[in-house]
Write a new protein. Structure first.
Ligand code: ASP
Length: 436
């Protein structure tokens, strides 16, 4: 039997109208058995997400200050009344407020958004409600407890004909509540998919899927229909967001695809994230382009560096001992460059440079700030001859100077470093070139 786990984001469940769309989607396909809701999100641009209100409420009430809790309660009350539900959350509201005053913890506070929404949705769908605190577990050090979760959740959901499991939180060994990081309902969706060995993990949001480039920079970029987990990692690392980064891991190793879908446009197929594309799927040369500003490049020069055993290790040690991790390492025969996060480096600059000096006695060290990195990612690049040529020609024709090139050994991506000021210009040039 095919099983779908369907996670719905905050904007998909922001009000009664959105709940109706969600129900229609779920009832349209009987494979949608396990539903993971977020807390009610924004109904309009300047609206406040329930999760954010809960954090504010907790910060006030736990410090003995006032907070008008009814603004949160009313979000749920209006959904209940507009959908004609019978569920009564009044006792929950009172209990939650008391727990805030008694300092039950910020994670507990934030988790109540999903908890209450899950209760509403389960009644609306006629599905059972399974509290995430009974099936998602963390270890004492705060890390996710895979083993216990998959076995308890798998057993609990084994014979279920339909269940709503709120996203974003689980239980600590001492029974307190812990949440994943923000946007973490995506992670719960993937965990449930893995625990029930789902055929598909759906992730319903408010966009048609991943786009080939950031629409704030590129006009009307094309949507991506199929992307591999590896490509997605490369693009999300460079700032492309739709899905929480940690949502990949539970399903990736189990070979379960994720389908990003749009609750407001359910006829769109969305983006399918797969471990391996089907044999008959022919990718374009490029799957997507993403980029980020805010990097610094530290260039270390030393004659005959290539013959000095341990040189690279000592350079990296200078960064490691100061708690700065490196992002890329393009190197030549007598030069080595370390690309790092600008802010992290700047905070430790003097110390790192002194350590490099002491550990490696270089001839010269240069620091360049204001570097932007652009990752051009595509599994089709290996087969498509001339892609690199197109990309660099486009950068050149945009009047942009390339400061660094790093081609991953997998031939899955080419990373180009440019001045932050040239970032948008270069992105537009590359996108246009690879689309033609
Ligand atoms: N409600 C949580 C947040 O706003 C988790 C989620 O929506 O995924 O971050």
């Amino acid at each position: 039997m095919e099983i779908y786990v369907s996670k719905f984001g905050g904007s998909s469940l922001a009000d009664a109208e959105q709940f109706k769309k969600v129900k229609e989607i779920i009832t349209a396909d009987s494979r949608r058995i396990f539903i993971v809701p977020s807390a009610p999100g924004k109904r309009f641009k300047d609206d406040t997400k329930v999760t954010d209100m809960l954090y504010s409420a907790y910060d006030a009430l736990s410090k003995g200050k006032d907070y008008d809790f009814s603004v949160i309660e009313n979000r749920y009350r209006s959904i209940i009344s507009e959908l004609g539900l019978k569920v009564d959350l009044e006792q929950d509201f009172a209990h939650i407020k008391n727990c805030f005053i008694a300092k039950a913890g910020r994670d507990f506070a934030a988790s109540r958004g999903e908890y209450l929404n899950g209760k509403l949705l389960s009644e609306y769908l006629g599905f059972e409600f399974v509290d995430a605190a009974e099936v998602v577990f963390f270890k004492a050090d705060g890390s996710f407890d895979e083993e216990t979760t998959y076995s308890v959740m798998g057993e609990r959901l084994k014979n279920s004909k339909g269940a709503v499991i709120p996203g974003f939180y689980g239980a600590m060994p001492n029974d307190t509540i812990r949440t994943f990081s923000r946007g973490g309902s995506d992670i719960t969706g993937s965990i449930v998919a893995r625990a029930v060995n789902a055929t598909l993990c759906e992730n319903w949001t408010d966009v048609d899927g991943f786009l080939m480039a950031d629409p704030r920079i590129i006009d009307d970029p094309k949507p991506i229909d199929v992307i591999t987990y590896r490509e997605l990692r490369e693009l999300s690392y460079m700032g492309a967001t739709v899905l929480h980064e940690d949502a990949i891991f539970p399903v990736r190793s189990a070979g379960i695809p994720i389908n990003i879908r749009n609750t407001n446009h359910p006829s769109a197929k969305g983006t399918m994230i797969v471990p391996f594309p089907k044999a008959d799927h022919i990718p374009g040369a490029i799957t997507g382009i993403a980029g980020k500003k805010g990097f610094a490049e530290i260039i270390i020069e030393k004659g005959m560096m290539n013959q000095e055993l341990g040189f690279g290790r000592r350079i990296l040690w200078a960064f490691e001992k100061n708690g700065v991790s490196f992002e890329h390492l393009p190197s030549g025969i007598d030069t080595m460059s370390v690309i790092v996060d600008e802010k992290a480096f700047d905070a430790k600059k003097e110390k790192i440079l002194a350590d490099i000096d002491e550990l490696t006695s270089p001839d010269n060290v240069f620091v360049q700030y204001g570097l932007a990195l652009i990752a051009v990612v595509g599994r089709g690049m290996v087969k498509a001859k001339g892609t690199a040529n197109k990309i660099f020609r486009a950068v050149f024709e945009s009047g942009v100077n390339v400061k660094m090139i790093d081609q991953g050994s997998s031939e899955l991506n080419i990373i180009i470093g440019v001045d932050s000021e040239d970032f948008e210009k270069a992105m537009r040039g590359i996108y246009k070139a690879v689309m033609n």
